[in-house]
Design a protein around this ligand. Structure first.
Ligand code: ADP
Ligand code: TRP
Length: 321
């Protein structure tokens, strides 16, 4: 079974990305599956126009993924822009994709509403995503619920192609992460880089401490009993704990744990949890990262090129020399 997923390099990763996307993806890596994991850097161009920022984000995100435990021996790791077949297939798929299908995409409307430029690239984003998936004949695509519609559109596009040219593509199944629902940010809203309420996954300890100390709480006195279920510190701390530990911590809140102490405990728990990953990240050499990408690109490129040869033959574009 082939499992494929991608992530856009569009800024520093945060706890929401780890618990909502990286961890569930990691949990799906298994010896029974062929795992493909790629950096969707062409997609990132729809929202990031600063070339230095994009270069930096691409570099950092591969390190982040290797640090949290993606194992290049078990997953093919590569960058979308390194494999030209993604955009070649995108064009061919675009010629059979009905406009009406793209017009129904919720994510396009959301993004334009949030201020992203309404470009042809943003509008045809789901077609590139379909190419990302179909090029590798993926069976399963683990995604957050925000991306489910895109995987369904991929199935529609693959079906159109198969009907027009004969069975070529596997229809992928979306697998929606059973996440800890939504990870709250420091102000209690969904943690998101667009809301400026994130706690970074990696980076300077001082910055992480400052973000944690800035978590918004009510104004209950230090010794007053607190309701853990209404507290963002508690919700975040629970991400790092077992069921039993969560119950013990909830008791401490009810018995009057001060918010200052609660934040210190959260900081310590996060450092314990992410400590080994931070260490691994600091030990990664640039050459190691480059080697992982080179190997991943070679493996993925071979599959992409075989699929494209088949697709070209189907549509009448087989190389004639
Ligand atoms: P951001 O909201 O910071 O721009 P992205 O949209 O780039 O984050 O997130 C990439 C993936 O990380 C999403 O598809 C989603 O699965 C996951 N994710 C992001 N923020 C959260 C959150 N607060 N809680 C749970 N999952 C999240
Ligand atoms: N659109 C996805 C996101 O923003 C990233 C992505 C691009 C992707 N191509 C993909 C995810 C193919 C899964 C499969 O999160």
């Amino acid at each position: 079974m082939r499992v494929l997923s991608g992530i856009q390099p569009s800024g520093q990763l945060h706890w929401g990305n780890y618990f909502g996307s990286m961890k569930p993806n990691l949990d799906l890596v298994s010896p029974q599956c062929e795992n493909f994991f790629f950096i969707a850097d062409l997609h990132a161009l729809t929202s990031l126009r600063d070339h230095k920022a994009l270069e930096a984000a691409r570099r950092e995100i591969v390190r982040d993924y290797l640090a949290v435990g993606f194992d290049p021996d078990r997953a093919i790791i590569y960058e979308q822009s390194a494999i030209p077949e993604h955009t070649e297939l995108q064009w061919i798929l675009a010629t059979i994709t009905p406009m009406g299908l793209l017009e129904r995409a919720v994510s396009y409307k959301d993004k334009v509403q949030r201020g992203l430029p309404a470009t042809a690239g943003l509008f045809t984003y789901p077609v590139l995503m379909a190419a990302d998936i179909l090029l590798y004949q993926a069976d399963v695509v683990p995604v957050g619920s925000d991306q489910k519609q895109h995987v369904e559109m991929t199935r529609d596009i693959a079906t159109k192609f198969n009907n027009a040219y004969g069975k070529t593509f596997t229809l992928p199944e979306p697998r929606i992460h059973k996440t800890v629902a939504v990870v709250p940010g420091t102000n209690g809203q969904k943690m998101s880089k667009s809301y400026g309420n994130t706690i970074p996954l990696f980076g300077d300890e001082k910055v992480i401490r400052k973000a944690i100390m800035g978590i918004v709480t009510d104004s209950k006195g230090a010794a007053a009993s607190k309701n853990p279920d209404a507290c963002t510190i508690f919700k975040l701390h629970s991400l790092f704990l077992t069921k039993g530990e969560i119950a013990t911590l909830a008791d401490a809140y009810r018995h009057g744990l001060s918010y200052g102490d609660a934040k210190n405990r959260l900081f310590d728990a996060a450092m314990d949890f992410f400590g080994p990953m931070r260490k691994r990240r600091s030990e990664l050499k640039d050459a190691d990262v480059r080697a992982v990408l080179a190997e991943g690109t070679r493996k993925a490129g071979r599959i992409a090129s075989a699929t494209m040869e088949q697709v070209r033959a189907c549509v009448g574009l087989k190389k004639s020399y």
